[in-house]
Design a protein around this ligand. Structure first.
Ligand SMILES: [Zn+2]
Length: 394
């Protein structure tokens, strides 16, 4: 009775354990397929009860206590009168033309997900790397299939990060996140309008998208206007605030002859409101005889000031005044800033209506980069996409 229970736990209903052997490669369980009154032909689905000899197959199963396990299954061969051909009985654990059971494949994919690198999985499970890669990506694909019918979320964030360099050109990956659920939504290759539309237009529900948060990139803006006509675009706060960082750095370089010392550099980029009195006076002292750097620094502080404003009307007035004050400045970076700000005015002011930022997408970019690093870089975008999605979902 005990033995019978144990078998029922370890094997499916249609297999009966006959014998247990050991070999250098692992344990071997010899089993027999429980006979049915008739079997169905896999080609034409005609039931057949005329047997045509016996056969046995050896398949790899999920191991017990870290030892490999093989099943030797004795089966019958049947003859189909309709097709005039023989076929072997199917076993519930093993798919046709496979030498591994489904639960072994699942366990292998789980190891691939949990281990720090795939080489360790290969050593532990004693499988070829070909099988491992095939099984892993196949299992992720099956898991992600249920997401195929998923609709566009109402609030999304779009951003890009580096993928690889090919023939001297950098390739990028676009990340789309669900801001409300705080989760990754989809990953697409490239960042141009045309490629994005090609890859993403099949997803249903694009007219229900209400808010899209992007950084200041024109391709994304035209993409959003084209594919989500009912959405408002919000320009990410972080990207607006760092518009002058480059100018501060290069102005400092012109003065010092090299990049400024790390300490002053960091202090100039930080929000003045968060520094204490002595540090602020130190900065003022440093900037006293450097009019150009000083002007850029004050303009950067005004950007911070803009984001401290409450209410979109007040912010709009403040932004207009600010643009007007720097429009005809002698300093080139400030003139560029005025142009950029007036170009993105509506999107920047949207922030004061609904306060959405793209911080989540930036965090997801980091996850993507970690996945790349863990796999020592990816050649195929499809595999990278599967791995990235699985890292964020399972
Ligand atoms: Zn048949």
């Amino acid at each position: 009775m005990l033995e019978k229970n144990l078998t029922r736990f370890a094997l499916p209903k249609d297999l009966k354990l006959i014998d247990i052997k050991t070999s250098s490669k692992g344990n071997i369980w010899v089993c027999e397929k429980v006979r049915q009154p008739f079997e169905t032909c896999p080609k034409c689905a005609t039931p057949s009860d005329s047997r045509a000899g016996r056969c046995k197959v050896k398949v790899r199963d999920q191991g017990v206590r870290d030892e490999a396990l093989f099943l030797v299954i004795h089966k019958h061969r049947y003859f189909c009168k309709n097709c005039k051909k023989t076929f072997t009985e199917p076993v519930s654990l093993v798919w046709p033309r496979r030498r591994t059971t489904q639960r072994f494949r699942k366990a292998l994919a789980k190891d691939c997900h949990n281990f720090s690198n795939l080489h360790k999985v290969r050593i532990k499970n004693k499988v070829s790397s070909g099988l491992m890669y095939k099984v892993y990506y196949e299992q992720i694909k099956t898991k992600l299939r249920e997401r195929l019918t998923e609709k566009w979320p109402t609030h999304i964030g779009i951003d890009e990060h580096f993928f690889k360099r090919k023939r001297g050109y950098s390739q990028f990956v676009t990340v789309i996140s669900n801001l409300k659920k705080r989760k990754l939504f989809e990953v697409a290759q490239g960042k141009s309008n045309r490629t994005l539309v090609e890859q993403l237009q099949h997803i249903p529900g694009r007219l229900d998208v209400k808010v899209v948060s992007i950084d200041m990139s024109s391709p994304y803006r035209s993409f959003v206007k084209r594919i989500f006509p009912n959405a408002v675009i919000v320009c990410d706060k972080f990207h607006v605030l760092r518009l002058l960082n480059g100018a501060i750095m290069s102005a400092g370089k012109n003065i010092e002859g090299h990049k400024q010392k790390l300490k002053t550099r960091k202090l100039l980029l930080r929000n003045r409101k968060k520094l204490d009195y002595f540090v602020r006076s130190e900065i003022d002292h440093y900037l006293k005889d450097k009019p150009e750097l000083n002007a850029i620094y004050r303009a950067k502080e005004q950007l911070f000031e803009l984001y401290r404003t409450r209410g979109s009307d007040r912010a709009s007035r403040k932004l207009d005044t600010f643009i007007y004050s720097i429009k005809n400045s002698d300093i080139k970076p400030l003139r560029t800033l005025a142009k950029t700000l007036s170009n993105w005015k509506t999107e920047i002011l949207q922030y004061f209506q609904n306060k959405w930022t793209n911080a989540l997408t930036e965090a997801l970019n980091n996850t993507g980069k970690l996945v790349q690093k863990q796999g020592y870089g990816y050649k195929s975008f499809d595999n990278y996409r599967l791995r990235f999605l699985s890292a964020c979902f399972f």
